[in-house]
Write a protein that binds this ligand. Sequence first.
Ligand SMILES: [Zn+2]
Length: 84
Amino acid sequence: MRVTVHNDFHGTEARLNVKVEARWNETDDRRAWISARQAQRIRAKLCGVRDCTCGDALGMSGPGNPGLEEQPNGAIVLTGLKRS
Ligand SMILES: [Zn+2]
């Protein structure tokens, strides 16, 4: 599914095409895995500023973004995905 994530601080956004892993469970939580390499690219697009603390681990900031869970290997799981 297509997901748009954004960074309100820099006024940037990135469109992602992600593969949803749990399409339908009891909480209707759609999740998608983002590899460490992909996460790096997305972060660079949303906030390319070294040492900037505006966003989260994926560089997202502001309301309307999905949730995320950082993985030990640098990968990221997006949670609560909504269609955009
Ligand atoms: Zn920034």
